[in-house]
Design a protein around this ligand. Structure first.
Ligand code: PXP
Length: 240
């Protein structure tokens, strides 16, 4: 396994399937393909509205995939129950609003703090490794430690937007670096994700202290043109 793990998010394979209500393209097939192509883990987000993967996808991926899978869930009783039953090796707790197009920002750790603490402890006791999806700000990193998380995943959306629009991203990059340093100091494993492309991943992969990248939308889009295997291999060369 490489020093930095590459997690492949296959939600958008399910989006394409769901657009026509068919049973193809198969998220399970994509997960197995990602495994064969060199991914270290597969990420899936079970949303409340099931707009990407559904409960059957989760069950199939859990039973057939050999590499670890990372289940993204909102902090709700329904998701807690499912995660306790399916026991994914990795769980990332994310904010979720029904109307949003995608996960637009990091968690608000001051909202439902006691509930968050309770579910983190329950899921950890159930042998899942828990990550919190947060903005790169120092209070959230400290709070993640207080909440007893194992890892944080830094929301890289703002940074990636600046890179995509050819705007100055230096301040945002600095903010991410400072957050990574503090998290490492506190003993939190650091992951990063959201909006990553070849260009933005290349810049962030140079920061030491990030252990895992989770990449979905761009990767699945790019694979339309060059194939999933080639796209994962291209990211593999960046994330190593
Ligand atoms: N990490 C987390 C926690 C996410 O919620 C998402 C988006 O679902 C990603 C990574 C992947 O983002 P993208 O699809 O933009 O690459």
């Amino acid at each position: 396994m490489s020093k930095i793990r590459l997690g492949v998010n296959i939600d958008h394979v399910a989006t394409v399937r769901n657009a026509r209500g068919e049973n193809y393209p198969s998220p399970l097939r994509a997960a197995l393909f990602a495994q064969k192509s060199g991914a270290d883990s597969v990420t899936i987000h079970l949303r409340e509205d099931r707009r990407h993967i559904n409960d059957t996808d989760l069950k199939e991926i859990k039973s057939k995939l050999k590499i670890p899978f990372n289940l993204e869930i909102a902090a709700t009783n329904e998701m807690l129950k499912i995660a306790l039953k399916r026991r994914p090796p990795f769980i990332c707790i994310v904010p979720e609003k029904r109307q949003e197009i995608t996960t637009e920002g990091g968690l608000n750790l001051n909202f439902k703090k006691n509930f968050l603490k309770k579910i983190i402890n329950k899921l950890k006791k159930n042998k899942s490794r828990i990550s919190l999806f947060v903005e790169p700000n120092l209070n959230d990193i400290k709070e993640s430690k207080n909440l007893n998380a194992d890892c944080i995943e830094i929301h890289t959306g703002k940074f990636c937007n600046l890179v995509n629009k050819n705007k100055n991203y230096n301040n945002e990059l600095k903010r991410i670096k400072t957050a990574v340093t503090l998290a490492n100091k506190l003993g939190l494993e650091v992951h990063a994700g959201h909006g990553l492309t070849y260009k933005s991943a290349k810049i962030l992969a140079k920061i030491s202290g990030i252990k895992e990248f989770n990449i979905g939308h761009f990767l699945i889009g790019e694979s339309i043109f060059v194939g999933l295997n080639k796209t994962i291999k291209n990211f593999r060369k960046i994330v190593k």
